[in-house]
Write a protein that binds this ligand. Structure first.
Ligand code: 5AD
Ligand code: SF4
Length: 509
């Protein structure tokens, strides 16, 4: 019996003896907890594609007179999933709300990448306890990456009994069934498939905004970097078929979207799972650049699979932006090896050289982890020197956070937290220094800005991003929101630019 069949018959996973012993007696309805052991497996079975998603007739009108609220934590993939869940809620007749007080269903779409991301969610669950006490008919759900972790599900069962449902990243399309169960059941409904080989095509979407859109090109990750929980929470790599992606981008272009970001945990592995065609990210970008959308981006890249074909296509420019986010994680080949990144410092620098040679205007940003187990001062200095050498435009920097179930979490670590914090501070000072220096070069120049809306801090000012993802604040009439405009940069700050909108002038990237 496979996982789905077990679910259909509402049986507890017999392989999951510990959970069965601990909790199964409490569950008469759906109880399917996650298993990290199953999530680790990568079978040879083919990816199955489904085009038949539909909301079952029995659930039509379920949301009549009810409102939903989704809080999203973490990366763009979660934002994307939230848009799908919002689409399903609308299909069920629910209305959206911005306030938890008004909501009849609250979902926390969670992130498991670091411990502090998880702590925020547990904090929020604590706050929601009082609301549930006041309104017992309120449904509270936990979904996203944290729900794929056994330890999290056990903690919720022990300490947060006011949660009504937990469902996994592979179960989003099952939302109508899960809600239905939660309305009927007295117990917590748990439906977390640990392993998934499906791609479901026609899920509804309630997109946030009408200027920028995300388009998922693949799901999952098979890289298994030793520190990372994502391959366990998001399953194996599955690519969407090119024709489905191209059709979606065309449709968005026709709707007037100006910027599309192609999404995947490791987009450079796109197409590697196709058995009938040889087709990679470079090929896909070469097709998509012909569609009439002002800007096309992609994220996130893995240096190992970033191939010459992709560089050759990106060099064609046009609507393919010249900003590449290329996580390096460490500048030390020894640390990279223990991280199982499968490239060395030299390989990374060579890739950067090739990119800069083919696309001289290219700007690069990165992700860096400091304080990986047993990282020495010298190894950290290698990260600092690599950062200086590449001159990244900016970086997301993190202190290593052990994730239960990953190989790195089992490693002895002799680096004290104080040292890790110091390293992070030094790295951040360097990141700020180079970012400020690079932004300074923009003063007096004209940039093209895609106007997103009012600035967060000042509604009198508009804000938008350049092709290289620089945030620009400037005064202009609200009528330009959603458009590409030319802005003369008047002042550079550490992270952002101030400017004034100008008439048509020579374009500067
Ligand atoms: N600890 C700290 N940072 C992590 N990242 C992924 N896993 C961990 C972890 N266990 C960082 C990586 C990745 C980014 C999305 O999050 O830098 O690129
Ligand atoms: Fe995590 Fe590595 Fe996969 Fe990125 S490539 S999601 S860091 S395992």
């Amino acid at each position: 019996m496979n996982e789905k069949q077990r679910l259909e018959s509402n049986q507890v996973n017999p392989a999951d003896k510990k959970s069965e012993k601990d909790y199964s007696k409490y569950f008469q309805t759906v109880y399917m907890p996650p298993s990290l052991k199953d999530a680790k497996k990568r079978g040879k079975e083919e990816v199955s594609y489904h085009n038949d998603f539909a909301i079952d007739e029995q659930f039509h009108g379920m949301g009549q007179g009810r409102k939903f609220y989704i809080r999203t934590y973490g990366c763009q993939m979660n934002e994307h999933d939230t848009e799908v869940m919002a689409g399903i809620f609308l299909g069920l007749g629910y209305e959206p709300t911005d306030s938890v007080e008004d909501a009849h269903v609250i979902l926390l779409n969670t992130c498991a990448i670091r411990e502090n991301a998880e702590n925020k969610v547990f904090g929020e669950l604590g706050h929601l306890k009082a609301l549930k006490r006041e309104r017992p008919e309120l449904l509270i759900g936990v979904c996203g990456c944290m729900s794929q972790e056994e330890s999290v599900v056990n903690k919720i069962l022990q300490k947060h009994q006011h949660v009504d449902m937990i469902f996994g990243t592979h179960n989003i399309h099952r939302l109508p069934h899960i809600l239905n169960e939660a309305y009927l059941a007295k117990e917590m409904v748990i439906e977390v498939w640990s392993k998934e080989g499906d791609v479901i095509e026609n899920l509804p979407r309630a997109r946030k905004g009408s200027v920028k859109a995300w388009v998922n090109i693949m799901y999952g990750c098979d890289k298994f970097c030793t520190y990372c929980i994502v391959p366990y929470t998001r399953g194996k790599e599955r690519s969407r078929r090119p024709e489905d992606i191209i059709q979606e981008v065309r449709h968005l272009a026709a709707q007037g979207y100006k910027e599309i970001t192609l999404l995947g945990q490791n987009v450079n592995a796109y197409g590697k799972d196709f058995e009938d065609i040889t087709y990679g990210l470079g090929d896909l970008m070469d097709e998509i650049r012909k569609i009439d959308v002002a800007r096309i981006r992609f994220t996130t890249s893995h240096p190992r699979d970033f191939d010459d074909r992709l560089i050759e296509v990106l060099a064609k420019g046009g609507n393919l932006v010249d900003h590449i986010h290329l996580p390096v994680q460490s500048g030390s080949s020894d640390i990279l090896k223990i991280m199982a990144r499968k490239y060395s410092r030299e390989h990374y620098l060579e890739l950067v050289r090739k990119i800069k040679e083919a696309i001289p205007t290219a700007s690069l940003t990165t992700d860096i982890i400091v304080g990986f187990p047993n990282e020495t001062d010298e190894q950290f200095e290698e990260t600092m020197s690599l950062y200086r050498e590449v001159e990244f435009d900016s970086a997301y920097t993190f202190i290593y956070s052990p994730r239960e179930g990953t190989p790195a979490a089992k490693m002895q670590d002799n680096v004290p937290m104080e040292v890790k914090k110091e390293r992070l501070q030094r790295l951040n000072a360097l990141v700020n220094e180079i970012s400020a220096k690079k932004l300074k070069e923009y003063e007096g120049k004209v940039v093209e800005v895609l106007v997103e809306g009012e600035s967060k801090n000042n509604p009198e000012v508009l804000a938008g991003y350049t092709e290289k993802s620089k945030l620009v604040n400037f005064k202009a009439p609200k009528s330009v929101i959603g458009q590409l405009v030319k802005v003369k940069v008047t002042k550079a700050k550490t992270w952002t630019l101030n400017g004034e909108m100008v008439e048509e002038t020579a374009e500067v990237k």
